[in-house]
Design a binder for this molecule. Sequence first.
Ligand code: SF4
Length: 288
Amino acid sequence: MSTSLIAMGVAVFMVINLVVGLAALSLLFGTFETLFGKPKITLLRSSKSGNMFAFGFKWNSAKEPAALDTIRLRLFNPFGTPTQVEVSKPFEAKKSSFATEIDMGPGFIDLLGAKGFDNALIQIEVVSSKDGVVFQFDMKGPKFKKLVFDANQTVAEFVNKNNLDVKKASKSPIDIPIRSFIADTVPGRGPQLKLATNPIFAGEFAGATAGAAPAASGPAVANFKIAKVWIEPGCIVCNACEDIYKDVFEVLADTCIIRPNAPLDDGLRMQEAAEACPVEVIKYTIAG
Ligand code: SF4
């Protein structure tokens, strides 16, 4: 074999090595960019049930500078009811990765309790209203519910794990007490829930149930016994039933159960709990 052929072989070998090396490097950095450079939202476990929504958000703030200050959740539910729900809440502007917990208001319960949720689409938007930047994440309803209810990392744990600046990253911007759903009724304003705990209807429930408010006026409603009570799938762990009838309902981390030997003699209170359930999964039959 001539010297020139050997030299040519070596040159070709080196060029191939160079091309393969460059391709590997580009792939490596591309993968890093894909895996670690993309904005990422993580749904977190909130410290209170009900309307609270906790999340952590990481993005490359050097590459995409923005002061993020709003979280928006949208439900598109063309085959269910309601067909669309949007809840949006502001928070203290964050200029780098952060985690926070926000009271989304009763609209969040409406969103989670929508009929046909399994076929719905959820859009989460993390927004900078000042800079006009929107990070958007789309997912199917079941995935969103699973992420919300299976979340086991708290805001503090997310901040620690990602070495975020605690002061900048997790200060809760809004500390609004959670709505109790039943007890916040403002007498004389808006639609009223006809419940024993609503002072407007205290007279109607007077003397009929231990949970009722003191008598004011109006006829008493006869109480009745329950034969059987059960919870169907779909509980969103809002706590409403346990708040109303603690002897019967026990809300666990991901569902609600009927306590063993639950009393079945206060049908009015059972009815009240069932009517308060936002997803209507409490079912019962009346004795006799
Ligand atoms: S059963 Fe209904 S009221 Fe009770 S926690 Fe579940 S969703 Fe809420």
